[in-house]
Design a protein around this ligand. Structure first.
Ligand code: CO
Ligand code: CO
Length: 306
């Protein structure tokens, strides 16, 4: 599973009860603190394995670093941040590769295991399922403000805390309670990833604008013009499947397309399990988890935000 449609990870069956899950991710710095950048990139690289209900086992570093112009201690901090996340996840670093490059980039390839009969796909939701999101939206807006030196310290702190949080606990709760579909919200934004739940299925989606979790500073920063280029591209790509109700505030119309780094899990849960799932997620420390919408048999292939 993997290349035929937009799945989170590649999955290869080795035996009836064993498959490997493989994923790779890397990006340029989105915060100024090198250690935090390493943590965020590590958490982000592991996320696609958790989104499929898998267990990550090993990772390899990928580094592009301007060795002639940047202090090597910066690279050490980045790698320490990534390694600390691997330790937290119980994942072993088994290698890596680095090249000299003018622009710094860091990430990992990750390998995990999963029972092939228990893979959680992103297009297997049911009519009536409730949709649960586990992290606040708005990291793209905040990192755009960081680059301009305009993000308040409290917003930077909250965004770093959220982006560096592993989706491990959310995955564990998800497996305990049971779900019908899952993905993680990353570069294509909420709508871009949610689209995979409804495209080429018999389902449509309703998103509850008022229930979406987001960082408190994000509306002001968006209003001040800190809009990432990726947000505009995401909107151009997917606006044809989205309908907003007339009352939807401008900020929400932007937020749903904001590209996320190391975003939360997005799950489709049977309605009778939805409250229990949110309760268990909160108890496990996944504080932002909220019911943010539902799947319906109306509106096939489309997303309504209201
Ligand atoms: Co993903
Ligand atoms: Co990915």
């Amino acid at each position: 599973m993997g290349m035929e449609r937009a799945e989170d990870a590649g999955i290869y069956k080795i035996a009836d009860n064993l498959a490997i899950v493989q994923t790779v991710d890397f990006f340029t710095p989105i915060v100024d603190d090198p250690y935090a950048y390493g943590q965020i990139s590590g958490a982000n690289s592991l996320s696609d394995v958790y989104a499929k209900g898998g267990r990550p086992l090993t990772a390899m570093n990928m580094v592009c670093f301007p060795i002639k112009t940047m202090d090597i201690s910066i690279l050490r901090s980045i790698l320490a941040g990534g390694l600390d996340k691997l330790h937290e996840a119980g994942v072993i670093l088994i290698g890596g590769h680095s090249v000299d490059d003018q622009e710094l980039k860091y990430g990992m390839s990750v390998t995990g295991v999963i029972d092939p009969r228990k893979v959680i796909a992103n297009n297997t939701g049911h009519d009536g399922d409730m949709l649960i999101l586990t992290k606040p939206l708005g990291t793209g807006i905040i990192s755009t403000a960081i680059k301009a030196g305009a993000a308040p310290a409290s917003a930077v702190k909250q965004a770093i805390e959220s982006m560096s949080a592993l989706n491990k606990k959310a995955c564990e709760v998800m497996l305990e309670v049971g779900v019908n579909a899952c993905t993680d919200i990353t570069g294509f934004g909420l709508i871009g990833h949610a689209a995979e739940f409804v495209l080429d299925t018999s389902l449509g989606m309703t998103v509850y604008a008022e229930s979406l979790p987001y960082f408190k500073a994000a509306p002001k920063l968006a209003e001040a013009g800190y809009i990432p280029g990726g947000l505009t591209r995401n909107r151009e790509y997917r606006q044809n499947i989205v309908k907003f109700s007339p009352e939807t505030p401008d900020f929400i119309r932007q937020l749903v397309f904001d590209p996320q780094t190391s975003g939360g899990l997005f799950m489709a849960v049977a309605p009778e399990k939805a409250d229990l799932m949110v309760k268990r997620l909160h108890k496990a420390g996944v504080k932002a988890a909220a019911i943010v919408g539902e799947l319906t048999s109306r509106n096939k292939g489309k997303i309504t935000v209201k």
